[in-house]
Write a protein that binds this ligand. Structure first.
Ligand code: ING
Length: 309
């Protein structure tokens, strides 16, 4: 018997610096209405879905950036989204910057169909740099603006599934998926902002779409889980970002993909029982994994050469 959940990915086009939260929430609600017409039960928005990707600018005094962070969720600006989603009976996942007791986090909050908060995930793998790098065409100072999560990768029971979350750069790391896979995850929700131009190595620019699909399809297949990747794409404050939001089955196949780099809804009817075809066979972890052979994975961070010199 199939356990179906209709999932939507609400890709966003750019959010410019002078766009207000109210402007953005109007766009989010517009996508929510499209989702309702398609029978979507869970709608996933991108990373930092309420503001422009502000880590592209450096400010010497970080308190000058406080206005980019939410201090509560919901709040006055997002309440219309919470109200409308609840009225329609649609759950959602929303990425934003959170300033909480002096701590700065890059987060996604999952809300169920009755409007209750299921949980908030904090980004674990914070990419980019800590300090101003004036020679760059644009900054990626996430390591200045956000602390790395100390909470790891929890999963939650919601939407009749075991649900986990990850944010942008997290999707490039196999450990992200595996830690959730070891908790029986069936659905991983991921928002991202991926500049097409990778400043440290421009040879990767042409591969951004390939790498995006590569990591999420591999993570889905190797852990027998659905993965939903949702972009904020297009040209934001002069920086071109990848679209290509997609919904990926536990087989690793892409079942829906965005065609634009703008506000665009994609959706799919996802059979959660599809996961078992993988986790119950060739990826039966309990039967086939050899954790005693993987000790380096948690014992060390960087490479420790064992040969050569
Ligand atoms: N963005 C990037 C990603 O993994 C990154 C990482 C860092 C891109 C530096 C470009 C430059 O797609 C986020 N938001 O994690």
């Amino acid at each position: 018997m199939a356990r179906n959940l209709t999932i939507g990915a609400a890709q966003l086009g750019p959010i410019q610096r002078d766009h207000t939260r109210a402007d953005v929430v109007e766009r989010l609600v517009g996508l929510l209405h499209q989702a309702a017409e398609r029978g979507v039960e869970l709608l996933v928005y991108p990373e930092l879905a309420l503001t422009t990707f502000f880590p592209r600018w450096f400010v010497d005094d970080i308190s000058e950036a406080d206005h980019w962070y939410e201090t509560a969720m919901p709040n006055a600006d997002t309440q219309p989204l919470f109200d409308e989603a609840k009225r329609l009976g649609i759950g959602f996942c929303l990425g934003y910057a959170l300033l909480d007791n002096g701590h700065r986090w890059n987060v996604q909050t999952l809300v169920d169909r009755s409007g209750s908060i299921v949980g908030t995930y904090k980004k674990v793998h914070i990419p980019g740099h800590e300090h101003h790098e004036p020679d760059r065409p644009f900054q990626h100072a996430e390591r200045y603006y956000f602390e790395p999560s100390p909470e790891g990768f929890p999963v939650w029971q919601a939407f009749g599934a075991v649900v986990g979350m990850m944010i942008c750069n997290d999707r490039r790391w196999p450990e992200t998926y595996r830690v959730m896979g070891l908790q029986g995850v069936e659905l991983i929700l991921c928002g991202y902002n991926t500049p097409v131009h990778y400043v440290p190595d421009p040879s990767q620019d042409a591969l951004q779409g390939f790498h995006n699909a590569l990591v999420m399809q591999s993570g889905a297949y190797q852990n027998g889980t659905w993965v939903v990747g949702v972009a904020k794409g297009g040209v934001e404050e002069g920086v071109d970002s990848l679209g290509q939001s997609c919904i990926i089955a536990p087989s690793g196949q892409i079942v829906a993909q965005a065609l634009s780099t703008d506000d665009e809804l994609i959706s799919a009817r996802c059979d959660l029982d599809w996961c078992k075809r993988y986790t119950g066979t060739l990826f039966d972890f309990d039967r086939y994994r050899r954790p005693e052979m993987y000790q380096r994975i948690t014992a060390q961070r960087g490479v420790e050469p064992t040969v050569g010199g």
